[in-house]
Design a protein around this ligand. Sequence first.
Ligand code: ZN
Length: 98
Amino acid sequence: MKSEERAGDGMKYLICARADAKRTIPGSVFDKSCSRCGARVMIAPSGQRSLRTMAGLKVLCDACFVPAPDDRLMNAGAPGQLEEELRHVMPNPWRGRN
Ligand SMILES: [Zn+2]
C-alpha cells in the first residue's frame, strides 16, 4: 500500500491507496492527488514523512501503479512504521464524502 517505486524513468513514486478505499490508517491525510490520473489519495503518516524528506517524490495511486520488472519497491517511512500503521487500520471515514 505504501511503497516507493523506482521505475525505469528514474522517478520515485509514493504509491498510495485512493481516498475512497474501504480502510484507512489513523493520521492519514487526503489532500493529495495522483500525479498521473488526478484521483485523490490518502497518505499515511509514513508516506507523509517520505514526501517531506525525499525531494522529487511523486504521488501515484494504486490504480495507476503497474510494477515493472526493474522496479525496486521499498516501504515508506522508518523500519517497522508501516507494520505499526497496518495494525491500526480502520474503516475510512472519508469515504462517502462527495
Ligand atoms: Zn492514479
